[in-house]
Design a protein around this ligand. Structure first.
Ligand code: AMP
Length: 286
């Protein structure tokens, strides 16, 4: 049988949808794992293993899965001997300490001697040690945010992104323990054939992520403005400039980082650009 790369992804939960979307944008056709633990890609030598998020680091270390998608927070908490292969840019969050809004919080020393509820005891312990704080860690597996309200803890240490869950529970974020986003992690001793398949996957992921961060920009401009517009554009190389049927006008095409578009749009308009179009890019190979 042909060797196949076994990738673990979350069986259910926040990371699953973005993980599957990424693989699909990489041109890999897979089922969504409903009622199954394993799915075969039909057009790439890859099998998906749908597993519990917190079990994935161990499965990768053991080689049951060759690689897997998980948040750095889980990787740092589980302390397994696996390697990060590529940052994936989704599931951005932070692990933070929060206390009741009513608390007078002068600084980290307030945590001295307090009870802190968390599902991330190792990460919290490391943070407390670094800050020379001795506190009682209550390791609970879910609904951490209600712990202060029911008298179980004085503070919590949990994942935050928008902060709305904290807000709804009358809590305020006070200390950031770590920042996290989804990563692809891999076993440290993959055989060369499997590593080769992983490299192909990484290449595809890179081109999808590059494309997501860039936009294709088209505009019309008077020929006399081309030099000025070219200086404004942070393009890949120099932009493509093509004559229009109307005398004295041309069409300018280039690729720009998504984040820069709104910074340069006014300058482009002021330089005479018209009919500006910006479109997504599907894949980008540098
Ligand atoms: P869950 O689906 O709640 O088991 O979370 C799975 C993973 O998604 C976590 O290990 C984090 O990496 C990430 N995550 C959890 N909560 C958040 C959040 N509020 N915002 C962004 N990512 C999160």
């Amino acid at each position: 049988m042909e060797p196949r790369l076994k990738i673990a992804i979350q069986k259910s939960g926040r990371l699953q949808e973005d993980s599957l979307r990424l693989l699909r944008e990489c041109g890999i056709r897979v089922d969504d794992g409903k009622d199954q633990l394993r799915a075969q890609a039909r057009n790439f030598p890859l099998d998906l293993l749908y597993l519990r998020n917190s079990d994935i680091p161990q499965y990768i270390e053991d080689g049951v899965a060759h690689a897997g998608i998980l948040g750095e927070n889980t990787y740092l908490e589980k302390q397994k001997d696996i390697r990060s292969v590529i940052f994936l840019g989704f599931a951005k969050c932070r692990l933070s300490v929060a206390v009741s809004k009513a608390t007078e919080y002068p600084g980290v020393q307030w945590l001295q001697g307090k009870r802190i509820a968390t599902s991330y005891p190792n990460s919290l312990r490391a943070f407390l040690e670094k800050n020379h704080i001795e506190a009682e860690i209550h390791d609970i597996s879910g609904s951490v945010e209600i712990a202060p309200n029911i008298g179980l803890a004085d503070a919590i240490c949990d994942l935050v992104s928008s902060g709305s869950t904290l807000f709804q529970n009358g809590l305020e974020e006070k200390e950031v323990v770590l920042r996290s986003e989804a990563n692809l992690y891999a076993n440290k001793q993959l055989d060369p054939t499997i590593n080769g398949i992983l490299d192909k996957l990484i290449f595809r992921i890179q081109s999808v992520l590059e494309a997501r961060q860039h936009r294709y920009l088209l505009m019309n401009a008077p020929v006399g403005s081309v030099e000025r517009i070219t200086q404004i554009l942070p393009g890949m190389k120099s932009p493509t400039v093509m004559p229009l049927a109307v005398e004295g006008w041309c069409s300018i095409h280039t690729v720009i980082p998504e984040a820069r578009f709104w910074d340069i749009i006014d300058e482009l308009k002021a330089s005479g650009a018209q009919g500006i179009l910006i479109t997504p890019i599907e894949k980008m190979i540098l």
